[in-house]
Ligand binder design. Structure first.
Ligand code: WTA
Length: 635
């Protein structure tokens, strides 16, 4: 029993050692004691990183919603499962108890069934942060359908690509969404996307903004009347441990987005166990993660991890700036939030507004602060620690990825001493390795290199939907027999890890992963543009922002660069979404290229970051003279 909840540092080291020496026994005990299984597994783990193939708890049967809902009913039926805080603070918060969640998920599951959704079918969910979002994930899981949530800030083109990639037959959406003062026409975006998605048979529409929208006869149905008529009982589909639970897309450095596939049992065990420990969740705590369920953080640490522990999880519809920059603190006071999990970009944006707004609120309920999504800089760390946590609430700087399913490197609050900007120690069961460029592991402390993981953990993504070869190529071919994260890291003198950032062409802007290739593809669609290269540069709120170097087909013809800049950002907004807009656009007569014609992004990145003193040798370029020209015209 004791291994489930770690309470002090010696215990962490003891349990960690056990999880490394006897991983199968370790995870078997955790799985056996803390979850509801319809049938035991035959084998705890089967793995081969060279194929790659990873299977946890093979032969076991279960349904994750029985673990997240049904089994709590006897003791926690009247406890709030989901605490919904609407965009408008004047609208009352909604407390959805475990009993009510059970009924609502079952009703929703029955509606899906009535619309022909079966086990293994893919359902796309494009819903704002309202209760129906969480409920729709669980309803899919109830009947064994595979959910594919697309963040409701993506454009219609991005949505269509994702729907088609995984052949979704249904889309769940809403009439619109509220974001601060704005409301967004989500249904219009869906309609546009579906013009190029012939496989979608049904669209279920939740009512939120009451906007006057178009409902396509025979395809679109309002959700609420269906729910009202549906039975509150729905038997959970019994799933195999390795049946897919969901697909979630993440950007790669090249090509189209990767549909990461997570399976049922391992994902459940790992997200539940990490939630309990990384947040030190105790009964009656109110836990709040500010991420959107459209990202992995929301899947694992708003929905599945908290509910598997019978926790109360806050679902916030709005934005940190509405009605003013005190909204987060208002919500913490109002709901007596104990664990608060947010992103460095939000912290930096809030820090800009000083502490007067914080001082208005009573934040004494806070016990744990969390950070995720990108490296947290020293200044933001201290601001968060001093002003939000008042030096009393440890900050867990948690490193992980869509692909890892759950938190991988993190302090355990009140257990691991924290250190600003360090994710500190690997979580139980995680075996990180730092590798040099020749593929050698750098052993010992005070080393820096590429971050890999040596051994499987239960919630590692099993494949990329429809493209196992790409999964192998991206994650298992850079280093022998290791999972490669794409991040750089260092290990300090006591063995603490610090994540130094991406080492590939993924740029993290305000915590959102963006691949450079799809942005360049969008820009290159513009008839006036010949070529483009996108790099990241430091930004005091977003962490990184995008800098685009662009060459025109006929520079003479397009003198109105202002308009062109607008058109470029509009194209990006249409193809990907506003999050991928460029902050700086430099028109240039050429891009530095190797003799084989490859754009030298490394040089462009250094120029954008104002690091001109170490550009390296540029003399072997095809066009070395262009470097100085670009520097001279730098923005
Ligand atoms: C970055 C988010 C530094 C990292 C859960 C990773 C971080 C990518 C941290 C995954 C952190 C996430 N410190 N960097 N605490 N957390 N990252 O897939 O580069 O949206 O590879 O998953 O975010 O982003 P993703």
């Amino acid at each position: 029993m004791s291994n489930y909840h770690i309470k002090h540092l010696e215990e962490y080291f003891k349990v960690y050692r056990k999880s490394i020496r006897e991983p199968e026994n370790f995870w078997e005990e955790i799985a056996e004691e803390h979850f509801l299984w319809r049938k035991q597994w035959d084998k705890v783990l089967d793995w081969d990183f060279s194929k790659p193939e990873i299977k946890w708890f093979q032969g076991a049967k279960l349904n994750i919603t029985e673990n997240c809902i049904d089994r709590h009913l006897a003791t926690r039926g009247d406890k709030t499962a989901i605490l919904f805080e609407p965009n408008d603070p004047a609208e009352p918060a909604e407390h959805i108890t475990y009993q009510q969640l059970h009924e609502r998920v079952n009703q929703f599951a029955n509606v899906l069934k009535e619309h022909g959704v079966k086990k293994g079918d893919r359902v796309c969910i494009y819903v704002p942060m309202i209760p129906e979002l969480a409920i729709s994930l669980l309803a899919c899981a109830r009947i064994g359908a595979i959910h594919s949530v697309v963040f409701a800030g993506f454009s219609s083109t991005a949505l269509a690509t994702r729907i088609n990639d995984s052949d979704c037959k249904m889309v769940i959406t809403a009439d619109g969404s509220f974001r601060g003062k704005k409301s967004i026409d989500l249904k219009g975006i869906v309609d546009e996307a579906l013009e190029s998605c012939p496989g979608v048979e049904n669209v279920l529409v939740a009512k939120r903004t009451h906007a006057d929208i178009n409902m396509k006869e025979g395809r679109d149905t309002w959700l609420q009347p269906l729910l009202d008529n549906a039975s509150k009982e729905c038997k959970a589909e019994i799933m195999d441990a390795e049946d897919p639970l969901f697909i979630l897309y993440t950007s790669g450095s090249t090509g189209k987005p990767k549909g990461m596939v997570h399976t049922t049992a391992g994902y459940m065990v790992y997200t539940a166990y990490t939630f309990k420990n990384a947040f030190q969740y105790r009964e009656n705590d109110v836990y709040w993660c500010t991420a959107d369920i459209g990202w992995i953080t929301g899947h694992s640490y708003i929905v599945y991890g908290p509910l598997a522990n019978g926790a109360t999880t806050v679902l916030f519809e709005g934005v940190p700036s509405y009605p003013d920059f005190g909204r987060f603190w208002d919500i913490i006071e109002k709901h007596k939030v104990s664990q608060f999990y947010t992103a460095p970009t939000a912290i930096r944006a809030l820090a800009k507004h000083g502490t007067a707004l914080i001082d208005k609120y009573n934040l004494s309920s806070l016990k744990v602060l969390g950070s995720v999504g990108e490296p947290i800089n020293e200044e933001a760390w201290h601001w968060y620690n001093d002003n939000v946590g008042k030096g009393r609430s440890p900050i867990i700087d948690s490193w992980w990825q869509t692909e890892t399913g759950g938190i991988m490197i993190t302090p355990i609050p009140y257990v691991t001493p924290t250190k600003p900007t360090y994710a500190t120690l690997p979580f139980i069961g995680i075996q990180p390795a730092i590798m040099d460029e020749n593929g050698e592991e750098l052993k010992g402390n005070q080393v820096e290199g590429r971050l890999c993981i040596k051994y499987p953990w239960p919630s590692i993504a099993r494949t990329i939907w429809g493209n196992h070869e790409r999964y192998k190529e991206t994650y298992f071919s850079a280093f022998d027999n290791m999972y490669f994260t794409g991040d750089g890291a260092l290990r300090d003198e006591v063995g603490y890890y610090r994540i130094t950032g991406r080492v590939d062409d993924v740029i993290i802007v305000s915590g959102h992963n963006l691949g450079t290739a799809p942005i360049e593809d969008a820009i290159n669609e513009h008839p006036a543009i010949a070529e483009s290269a996108i790099v990241g540069f430091p930004h005091d709120i977003k962490g990184s922002a995008l800098y685009g170097y662009i060459t025109l087909k006929d520079a003479g013809e397009y003198r109105d660069h202002n308009n062109l800049q607008k058109e470029i950002n509009q194209l990006i907004t249409d193809r990907i979404g506003p999050i991928a807009k460029l902050d700086k656009i430099q028109f240039t007569e050429g891009l530095p290229k190797t003799r084989s014609g490859k754009i030298m992004r490394r040089i462009l990145r250094k120029i954008a970051c104002n690091e001109m003193d170490n550009l390296g040798d540029t003399s072997t370029l095809l066009n070395p003279e262009i470097v100085q020209i670009i520097i001279d015209n730098r923005l």
